[in-house]
Ligand binder design. Structure first.
Ligand code: CA
Ligand code: CA
Length: 193
């Protein structure tokens, strides 16, 4: 190998980040969690010996910035896990009964907390896809929090869903007049079913 190519290869190796999962995973359990962020914070304040695994912003020191970044990454992982669970529970399902006939075809944007969002595409009363990320031109937007959605997933009951809608733990909004009308009817129907 020519010296130039060797140099390029070395540069490439230096520039490439190490395996992503290990970055920030200071308790080495294979995932990023708030526990890793806490470890990084302890390193930042000198309570624990510094380890390179905590230096996620790669400035060769462990500071509170690294801890904050690990926490953000951990939250991102939480969102991913949540969306995967929703996908497993609902993708391919028919939206039943009255709600199905009302919803029909929708692009629903779901916002969970401040930092997690996913889209649900309902076509002909069937949930055809659930994908993480922003939804363009949603027909319906639902906002909620992690706890509500996790409780819902754990119970899997429509009663829980109704309760969450009634108590405002899930808030629905829509730009379309037809959808506003549908929502009004759906809310009314919920009281009687
Ligand atoms: Ca970890
Ligand atoms: Ca750092």
């Amino acid at each position: 190998m020519s010296p130039l190519r060797l140099l390029l290869l070395l540069l490439l190796l230096l520039l490439l980040p190490p395996a992503y999962a290990s970055k920030g995973d200071c308790d080495a359990d294979g995932k990023l969690s708030s526990a890793d962020a806490l470890l990084a914070l302890k390193m930042a304040v000198g309570e624990l010996a510094t380890k390179s695994c905590a230096d996620v912003d790669a400035d060769n020191r462990v500071t509170s910035n690294d801890a904050a970044e690990i926490l953000l990454l951990a939250v991102g992982g939480r969102c991913q896990t949540l969306v995967d669970r929703v996908k497993g529970a609902a993708e391919g399902a028919e939206v039943e009964g009255f709600a199905g006939s009302l919803l029909g075809d929708q692009r629903i944007a779901v916002e969970v907390g401040e930092d997690c969002s996913f889209g649900i595409v309902v076509d002909g009363g069937k949930i055809v896809s659930i994908t993480q990320g922003e939804v363009k031109n949603p027909t319906l937007t639902a906002s909620t929090d992690y706890e509500t959605l996790e409780t819902l997933l754990a119970s899997g009951s429509t009663e829980e869903l109704k309760k969450a809608l009634e108590t405002g733990k899930i808030r629905l909004r829509t730009e379309s007049i037809l959808n506003r009308f549908r929502l009004g009817i759906a809310k009314l129907a919920m009281r009687f079913t």
